[in-house]
Ligand binder design. Sequence first.
Ligand SMILES: C=C(O[C@@H]1C=C(C(=O)O)C=C[C@H]1O)C(=O)O
Length: 448
Amino acid sequence: MGIPRSDEAGPRLVSRSVRASVPSLRAALDAMPAPRTFWTAPDEATVVAGGAAATLSADGRDRFAAIKEGIGRVLRSGDVHAGTEAACPRLFGGFAFHDEGTDDDTWAGFPGARFVLPRVQVTDTDRGTWLTVNAAGPDAAPEAVEDRLDAERDRFEALDDPDPTPPPEIVSRTRTTPREAWCDSVDAAVSRIHAGDLRKVVLAQALEVTLDRPLSVPDVLARLGETYPDCYRFLVEPTADASADRPAFFGATPERLVSRHGRTVTTDALAGTTGRGDTPAEDDWLAEELLGDEKNLHEHELVAETIREQLAPFASSISAGQRRVRRLATVQHLFTPITATLDSDTHVLDLVEALHPTPAVGGLPPERALATIRETEPFDRGWYAAPVGWIDAAGNGTFAVAIRSALARGAETTLFAGVGVVADSDPDREWDEVQLKYRPILDELERA
Ligand SMILES: C=C(O[C@@H]1C=C(C(=O)O)C=C[C@H]1O)C(=O)O
């Protein structure tokens, strides 16, 4: 912050920030050039950004290492005046769930991993709002960046902030998995668990909806912020295409994969689900029942135990907090916070690679669960249930698990939701749980 960094090759990154006031973050996101980025996490700054000063893409099993190496290059040396830590250069993006890609059209444009250093960024912190302009590469020049910063500040401060558009309406919906096929696949997974082939597998469904007009993702993200204030909200646009039906992957997820700040690592075990009651007393009753329910406790403990094992090579001290119920607007989950102190300066992407997918979205043993998912699900997960988040030059970052999410292309939107299947899963109850997990996004598309 404020201290120019450079090496013999001269600065390859120029970043300038200034305090600014935007009429609203929704209006700022709406006015951002493609590809747009949105990120907000509990206790973190909210970032609204656009354009790409640098883009990194990778595919396959090595995609985590390839991105880590690429980030080292992009952020290696820089002439950075950020004013506040959260406005320091960060790359935003995410990964595909599976190592192997498919040719499923739904996810056209989404590589196995993609991160951008935004060209322009609004960072909203509890100590004020900053506007940042970044440039990267041999031609990045401080004067040009400073001129752009002045122009962007004038533009963003003068934005109109019209009322959000009312939610669209759903014209038609198509399920990838009919109920009967779902029940068969849950039964088959349960049989494999009883046979000892598997301990747990998370099976998902997709729901394709056609709307009466293109979705305004900035409006949806703003409304999700009101209903799910403690969740991670994100938007990734993987292409610089500026058309109205360009792909946009977004969501409001309660699940953190990992955050790393210095040597402190924080993660969550979040698995085991029940609904919300109609009254506070019914809510409490459901929460108590969840905390004592053997099937859900087993499902949850497999996740908590695996996360601890996966962190063990990096951290000699790992501690889990008290298990409790996390109450959201549509569901309640079993939740255990986990913290660890790293033995060395492990990069956040090494932690992401080690943890993804946790058995909250994959299963156990991991390889067999992933093969079962691929064989069973009649659609490609793409970036659903995969890591999305940010990384800085020091290897810090936060990643969420991209559930309660959807992929929009103009008026077409595909929603995803899944459930953990264990030995005593009941297909009908798991079906109902999937429907509950569509609700965060679906409610935004069909609000009365
Ligand atoms: C897979 C999803 O959610 C995950 C599965 C849960 C469960 O099975 O109880 C709970 C929270 C998440 O870890 C989803 O929402 O799509």
